[in-house]
Design a protein around this ligand. Structure first.
Ligand code: ATP
Length: 211
């Protein structure tokens, strides 16, 4: 059974870096689809500047017509901090034995041991780490140990069990961040070609928001 990919984030706003990450990982790892899951309140960073319904609308506009990308709003419907472990538990209940691949950038993965109940996560999903040229790998400590003990190179292994492997996948870098997009918006500059046009339209219709 082909795995399902999960890409969580604040998506404040969604941009082409996120969308290419999802597509690169889907194609490299043979994922049947990737669910983009916006967080209501991310536990490890400041609350997003744009409200949840606007972030959700932009995500839906961004993926329209792209088979194999979906938006999943379950974290917006839950109260409190958006813990990935809760999201994976609810997905696991729905998906039975379908393999799940949690997609994270290497920058995010380096701090994986700070995530709530992080040791539970590999019991619920494979961890697929997108390695962009120039991003540092964990060299020692708990996250490096996790990579060594659970690491696989062959994406076919992800189909053999529903969780538990760590796979590092090289992807081309697109130097786009939501932080920069917010700064450009606040400075009244163009963000065209950094985000899909329908997202640009929604942003242009809205008020400036804080970086
Ligand atoms: P911010 O600038 O506000 O921190 P961001 O652009 O990093 O936001 P997030 O929503 O926090 O976006 O990121 C969600 C996930 O997408 C993370 O795992 C992050 O590593 C990854 N990601 C973000 N931008 C890129 C990019 N340009 N290329 C590949 N992965 C990315």
């Amino acid at each position: 059974m082909n795995p399902i990919g999960i890409l969580g984030g604040t998506f404040d706003p969604v941009h082409n870096g996120h969308l290419r990450l999802a597509i690169e990982m889907r194609e490299a790892l043979g994922l049947s689809s990737v669910k983009l899951i916006p967080a209501l309140y991310p536990p490890l960073r400041a609350a997003p500047g744009m409200d949840a319904s606007r972030r959700l609308r932009m995500l839906e506009a961004a993926i329209e017509g792209e088979n194999g990308l979906e938006v999943d709003a379950r974290e917006l419907q839950r109260e409190g901090l958006s813990y990935t472990v809760d999201t994976l538990r609810s997905l696991r209940e729905e998906l039975g034995n379908t393999p799940i691949c949690l997609i994270v950038g290497m920058d995010t993965f380096c701090h994986f041991d700070k995530w709530h109940q992080w040791k539970e996560l590999p019991k619920l999903a494979h961890i697929s780490v997108a390695h962009r040229p120039g991003s540092a790998r964990p060299e020692s400590g708990a996250v490096a140990d996790l990579m060594t003990s659970r690491g696989v190179n062959d994406p076919a292994k992800l189909r053999e069990r529903c969780a538990g492997h760590v796979i590092v996948q090289k992807i081309p870098a697109l130097d786009i961040s939501a932080t920069r997009i917010r700064a450009l918006l606040n400075a009244g500059k163009s963000i065209r070609y950094l985000v899909p046009d329908p997202v640009n339209e929604i942003l242009k219709r809205g008020e400036l928001h804080h970086a």
